[in-house]
Each structure stands twice: as structure tokens, then as C-alpha cells.
Write a protein that binds this ligand. Structure first.
Ligand code: NG6
Ligand code: CA
Length: 494
């Protein structure tokens, strides 16, 4: 009797729906609820106003693929070879059958869907992907019931959508070929046809020309299947809303990984020129519009109160990421990383400290701000706990249940976390240690401070959030302790 009652309590305490909006390259300071003054994001701000804003939310890595790998598996990406930024023809890097965030939630009765950027590879290792046939394994083999994805990134071929394993709108008479090494004879490239491009490249992005934009990798065929860059955000939003509508009578988990605001930044005409900050700012407006469409659907379907919506990003911000799109020239006073140093690809805070908003009106107090430390490594275990899902033994080797930090009832959160950007950094309480790493202090192409230094660096983030005062020489004992801690984590899990 009592256990049935407790079970009922546990069941009623689970969210009816879970939506994770996973932005691409949106920095800590890129939303108005995060302090941005030059750009306004009312829908994101609404999430903050009606929910919880975490000031110490982290992605697991400072670039896309390792962040997503860690988020899905609860395993730090540094533990697994081949989890760095993937080309568009890479094989799936998550072993089918392995417990993942979606598969664990699915085991608790949640219908699971992924919409948007994938970038975790497709197909089996050693077998080149045939884009003209059913592509497998993919999202549906690692726990998603439904998938509507862009295989890699907007700047990588193939520039097509893949819906449940099939390239959408593919004409069999015009098959797709992909090559990441050599161009297809007779087809233009970003080098041969540079003058004709509608957005010039600044570094890389000079291989295939698709929709007048240079990309990474070469592509032939599939003309009818090519996405339109201008309508990509709308297409993903529509698909996300469609998934929510189709699941309105049962529990669901939606992972909506937007393309905004990754390069190439090609906003829909209704946003072009609207931010005054060039395409990067316009794409922030477009991202906010996507958030608005999802929130609108939840309102319309009466699901807002019982659905947990999490908004966060895969890594920190970057300005010039390979196209001449005025991101630097029109930045003005805007601070994409907010108060943090560095950005995308950086071991400084700007690389992984990202916006983190959580709204669940029936369980979370509105308008709360918490400094609890929360890393995306803990999403699997934390969402499993909230959704009443059992985590199989051995799953989420690095993740812990920090669901109370997500609810705002634990104001401390994770004590120790690892940040990855090529090398590793470790945080414990206010202390942060960046391991020694060769390489430029500033990435020459993006002009982002990397955090690389020949010797280890030690910062106290409480007293020195901007990571300007390296205490390594002054505090050798603590530095050694932190270096040892990192080595221990590297050698073990949890
Ligand atoms: C880099 C690309 C950059 C971006 C990044 C991946 C060049 C010169 N730069 O290699 O444009 O695509 O990879 O970004 O090619 S991420 O957000 O998906 O990790
Ligand atoms: Ca990214």
C-alpha cells in the first residue's frame, strides 16, 4: 500500500515531457537573459523568467562532437579515441546497444526524438556510407525512436537532411557521392569559383560549393535533396513541433539540436539585418524564434506546466569561424562569452561555460538563479532520476545524478568537473587547473585564446573569474594536488 503510494508519488513527480534545446556555439553572453544588451532574446528570457538560470552550467568539451558524445553517453569524450570534430562521412562513434540518454529515458516509457544537428557520425566503421540507401547504424540504433537530422554540421557535406535513416527528397536518378579528400571532376570548388560565392570563406570551407557557399568536403549529386540554408531553422522547428504534437498523449523526450548559430550563418530573410550585428546576431534572433516556436507548441498543447525544458549550448562562442560574415566587424560592445575568458575550442571558461536554463513550472520555482555547478556529463543520470528511469550498470561512467541542481534545490551541484578542449582542465570548488599543453596561446584563424601554455595554470574562479591571475608559482602544493586529481580522473571513472 505504502509502496504503491510512494510509486505514485515518484511517477507523478516525473516530467510529462522533456525537451533539451541544444544550441550550437551560443556563448554564455549571447542571450539577453545572460546579460546581452545588443541583442534581445525574449523567448529564451521567458525560460529564465519562468524557470531556473544556472550560472555555472558546463558543456563537457569546447567543441561539438566531444560535447555531444559525452552528453549522450555520460562518458567524458577524452576516454575514447576518435571523438573529436568529425567529418561528415564519419562512422557512428556511439556503439549501438550502449545505454545512452535517449535509450535510458525510452526504457522508462518516454518516446524519444532527435531533430537537428547530429555530428556523431553515421554508419558502421570501415564501411563507407552509401547516402543513397538506408543509413545505419544511426540515431535510431542508440535510443531515438524518431530522427530528423543534419548528418554533421552546416559547413560540412552532405548538405541534406536524413529522416529516419533516409536522405530526404533524394532523387534516385541523381545519387549522392561524398569525398572528403578529392574534388569531383568538373564541379566548382571554393577555390576555383571563389569570386562567385555569396559568402566568402576566411579559412577552410573552400571545397564543395553548395547553395553558393563553400563547404568542408566534396559532394556530387543529390540536387533535389539539398537543404536551403535560409529555411533550416524553420525546418527543424517545424519538425520539433511535429514530434511534440505526435507525442502529446504520452511521455516524450525531444533533443532539439539547432544549427544556429554555427557557420555558415545564413539567417532567414525575416531576420537578415535585424540584429545590427551581422549574420551572427541575426542567427541569435533566429535561434530565439525557434525557442519561441517550441514554447508556443507546449502552450498550445497544454503541456507547458509538466514539461521540463532545458536550454544550453554545445560549446562557447566564436566570431570568425571560417566565413567572412562580419561577426568581428559588427560585434560592437557585445561580449559573446559574457565575463569569461576564451571561447569555442578554449580551455578557459569561455570554452565550456554555457547558458543553462531549466523550466518546469510544476516543479521549479520561477525566476530563480543558482550558482550550482552543473555539467552536461550529468544529464543522463539526472534526467533518468527525474524521469524514473533505471540506469543500467556500467552506463554513464562519468555521470552522476545531480537532478537537484537542475531543480534548484541543491545550490552546490557537482564538486569536481573536467573541461576538455584538446587538452584537459579540472575544476574543484573555486579552483581550476589547466594542464600544460603545446600550441598557440591564440588560435590564429579564430583569434580565440586557447588556454594553451607550456606550464600548468592555476586559477581561483571565485576571486578571479576572468582567469587572469595564474597562481601556479605561488601555490605549488595546490597545483600539484589539482594535477594529481586530473591524473586520477584520467585513469579512472567517476
Ligand atoms: C573547424 C571548422 C569550423 C567548425 C568547427 C566545428 C575550419 C577551418 N574550421 O574545423 O568552422 O566547423 O570545425 O565546429 O574548417 S563544431 O561546433 O561543430 O565543433
Ligand atoms: Ca558547436
Amino acid at each position: 500500500m505504502l509502496s504503491a503510494f510512494l510509486l505514485m508519488l515518484a511517477v507523478s513527480a516525473s516530467p510529462r515531457g522533456v525537451v533539451v534545446v541544444y544550441a550550437d556555439d551560443i556563448g554564455y553572453g549571447d542571450l539577453s537573459c545572460q546579460g546581452a544588451k545588443s541583442v534581445s532574446t525574449p523567448h529564451c528570457d521567458r525560460l529564465a523568467k519562468e524557470g531556473l538560470r544556472l550560472t555555472a552550467g558546463y558543456s563537457c568539451a569546447a567543441t561539438c562532437t566531444p560535447s555531444r558524445y559525452a552528453l549522450m553517453t555520460g562518458e567524458y569524450a577524452f576516454r575514447k579515441k576518435g571523438t573529436n570534430i568529425l567529418p561528415g562521412d564519419a562512422a557512428l562513434i556511439i556503439e549501438p546497444g550502449r545505454p545512452t540518454l535517449p535509450s535510458v529515458l525510452r526504457s522508462a516509457g518516454y518516446a524519444t526524438g532527435v531533430v537537428g544537428k547530429w555530428h556523431l557520425g553515421l554508419g558502421a566503421a570501415g564501411t563507407p556510407i552509401d547516402w543513397n540507401k538506408a543509413i545505419s547504424p544511426g540515431p535510431r540504433d542508440i535510443g531515438f525512436d524518431h530522427s530528423f537530422i543534419m548528418p554533421a554540421t552546416g559547413d560540412r557535406v552532405p548538405c541534406v537532411y536524413v529522416e529516419n535513416g533516409l536522405v530526404k527528397n533524394l532523387d534516385p536518378a541523381d545519387p549522392i557521392s561524398i569525398d572528403y579528400k578529392k574534388p569531383f571532376a568538373g564541379l566548382p570548388t571554393g577555390v576555383s569559383d571563389r569570386a562567385s560565392l555569396r559568402m566568402d570563406w576566411s579559412h577552410g570551407h573552400n571545397m564543395a560549393v553548395v547553395n553558393g557557399i563553400g563547404r568542408i568536403g566534396f559532394m556530387k549529386g543529390g540536387t533535389k535533396a539539398l537543404w536551403s540554408d535560409e529555411t533550416m531553422a524553420d525546418t527543424f522547428a517545424e519538425s520539433a513541433v511535429g514530434f511534440i504534437e505526435s507525442q502529446k498523449d504520452k511521455p516524450f523526450f525531444l533533443f532539439l539540436a539547432t544549427h544556429d548559430i554555427h557557420v555558415p550563418r545564413v539567417p532567414h530573410p525575416r531576420f537578415a539585418g535585424k540584429s545590427g550585428m551581422g549574420p551572427r546576431g541575426d542567427c541569435i534572433l533566429e535561434f530565439d524564434d525557434t525557442v519561441g516556436k517550441v514554447l508556443g507548441a507546449l502552450d498550445r498543447l497544454g503541456l507547458a506546466r509538466d514539461t521540463m525544458v532545458i536550454l544550453t549550448s554545445d560549446n562557447g562562442p566564436v566570431l570568425d569561424d571560417g566565413y567572412k560574415d562580419d561577426a568581428v566587424e559588427k560585434l560592437g560592445a557585445h561580449k559573446p562569452a559574457g565575463p569569461w575568458r576564451g571561447g569555442k575550442s578554449s580551455l578557459f571558461e569561455g570554452g565550456t561555460r554555457v547558458p543553462f536554463l531549466v523550466r518546469w513550472p510544476s516543479a521549479i520555482a520561477a525566476g530563480a538563479v543558482s550558482d550550482a555547478t552543473f555539467s552536461q556529463i550529468d544529464m543522463l543520470a539526472s534526467l533518468a532520476a527525474l524521469c524514473g528511469a533505471k540506469v543500467p550498470k556500467g552506463a554513464t561512467p562519468d555521470g552522476l545524478d545531480h537532478s537537484r541542481a537542475l531543480l534548484g534545490t541543491d545550490r552546490s551541484g557537482r564538486e569536481i568537473l573536467v573541461q576538455q578542449a584538446g587538452g584537459l582542465a579540472v575544476r574543484k570548488g573555486p579552483w581550476k587547473y589547466i594542464e600544460p599543453r603545446n600550441g598557440p596561446a591564440r588560435f590564429p584563424n579564430t583569434n580565440t585564446e586557447s588556454g594553451n601554455a607550456a606550464k600548468g595554470q592555476l586559477f581561483n574562479l571565485k576571486e578571479d573569474p576572468g582567469e587572469t591571475d595564474n597562481r601556479i608559482a605561488r601555490e605549488p602544493g595546490r597545483a600539484k594536488e589539482m594535477a594529481n586529481l586530473l591524473e586520477t580522473i584520467r585513469a579512472t571513472s567517476k
